[in-house]
Design a binder for this molecule. Structure first.
Ligand SMILES: Cc1cc2nc3c(=O)[nH]c(=O)nc-3n(C[C@H](O)[C@H](O)[C@H](O)COP(=O)(O)OP(=O)(O)OC[C@H]3O[C@@H](n4cnc5c(N)ncnc54)[C@H](O)[C@@H]3O)c2cc1C
Length: 374
């Protein structure tokens, strides 16, 4: 699929390219802790000051209401300029929490949180997964009872990215006693500094501590922080996941096109060699992923399961591409360098945001119309 760009779109591309060339940080973003937070917030506030934060958000909520075409152009220029990865600690606020508040939040919640997210003044994390409720999110057990005008929360979340440096959490909990599955859940704004919340970072195999276990021991959350009606959290959570599957990962998907060119430049493959063929295949696959990304964005009618196709292809291609980088580097791959770090991180692509098996189930059932798996 090719994008048809108007003269105005091309002018917009030049503007974005120019601004990114002059302003995108040259040094790599730190991976964890306060330095990661400071770096990401400072970059986002710079984007915000120049009108490049949340550009597809509605104008009334501080965005610029740009069309999907402009968003694609922005992300293309963003990855081309080698600006910091979009998957940093500002990701949940900009791509999940903010859009969910716009869709389901009260006027007070929007007025307080949206400007802070856009301006790079608050970090959000996502508290959905639990030790026994990952793929099967509806089986979650962390619960709360109403006490006056507060909820009192007890339980545990896990794999919460950037929990240790977040200000707020989109927290999904069971608020109706004895309820099961999708019923009786609520989506609440949790202030991560509330008494009763403790955070234990988890180190991943790349040696980075960017996610954590979060424990709630009689943590009190005002009822005014419930987004949407109490006990209607599943609907709100599906709204959140809908945003996650739409355009949130576009920057990562397009980034593979840049990464493969970088690997080819390092490899300098001999024409006709096995490595040249392998890298050419990966370059073609990265182009195919771009086409799939555009198609998912512009095709009508849209279905929620379109995102699973793109997500699955992206995740597995990312792993193949980083494996190729390791093979190109040879012995150097064993040292601590950018590519070895990215290779180890790529293992999580087929887990985070829904595992490859779950994406395959969705594709099989909802797109191919096959019977449900046992
Ligand atoms: C880098 C990273 C960041 C993350 N960040 C967050 C975050 O910020 N917030 C958050 O809430 N969560 C986060 N997660 C958690 C993520 O959403 C879960 O890991 C994911 O949903 C899978 O759940 P699980 O780990 O409990 O695995 P399980 O659901 O226990 O699955 C274990 C295995 O069984 C397979 N399986 C399960 N059910 C089926 C089925 N029906 N059919 C076929 N196979 C099945 C799975 O595919 C998997 O291979 C993150 C995960 C990673 C890796």
């Amino acid at each position: 699929m090719r994008l048809e760009l108007s003269t105005d779109d091309l002018a917009f591309r030049s503007l974005a390219r120019e601004w990114l060339r002059e302003n995108a940080p040259r040094k790599r973003a730190p991976h964890e802790g306060k330095t990661a937070r400071d770096f990401a917030l400072s970059w986002l506030s710079k984007c915000h000051a120049a009108g490049w934060s949340g550009i597809a958000w509605p104008i009334e909520y501080g965005g610029r209401g740009f069309s999907p075409t402009r968003l694609v152009i922005w992300y293309e220029e963003y990855v081309r300029s080698r600006a910091p990865s979009v998957l940093d600690c500002t990701f949940v606020g900009l791509n999940h929490a903010g859009p969910t508040l716009i869709a389901c939040g009260s006027e007070e919640q929007k007025a307080f949180h949206l400007p802070r997210i856009l301006a790079g003044e608050s970090i959000w994390c996502q508290g959905f997964s639990e030790p026994n409720s990952g793929s099967d999110l509806a089986s979650l057990k962390t619960s709360a009872v109403v006490d006056g005008d507060h909820l009192v929360v007890n339980g545990q979340k896990i794999w919460t990215s950037y929990a240790d440096i977040a200000d707020y959490q989109e927290l999904l909990i069971r608020t109706e006693l004895g309820s099961v599955r999708h019923k009786g859940l609520s989506w609440v704004i949790c202030d991560m500094k509330s008494p009763g919340i403790s955070i234990r970072p988890i180190e991943n195999m790349a040696g980075v501590r960017h996610f954590a276990e979060v424990f709630y021991d009689n943590a009190r959350i005002p009822l005014s922080n419930v987004v949407g009606p109490l006990n209607d959290g599943w609907r709100v959570a599906m709204t959140t996941l809908g945003f996650e599957r739409k355009t949130a990962a576009m920057g990562l998907q397009l980034d593979l096109s840049i990464k493969i060119e970088d690997i080819i430049a390092i490899a300098e493959p001999v024409h006709g060699s096995a490595m040249a063929e392998r890298l050419a295949d990966l370059r073609a696959e990265a182009a195919a992923l771009r086409a799939m990304t555009y198609r998912a964005l512009f095709r009508e009618p849209k279905t929620p399961s379109d995102g699973s196709l793109v997500r699955l292809y992206f995740a597995e291609l990312s792993q193949r591409l980083h494996q190729a980088a390791m093979d190109v580097l040879g012995a150097e791959a064993l040292t601590d360098n950018y590519w070895s770090h990215e290779y180890l991180e790529a293992y999580s692509e087929t887990i985070a945001g829904g595992t490859a098996e779950i994406q395959r189930n969705i594709i099989a059932e909802r797109i191919l119309g096959l019977p449900r798996s046992a």
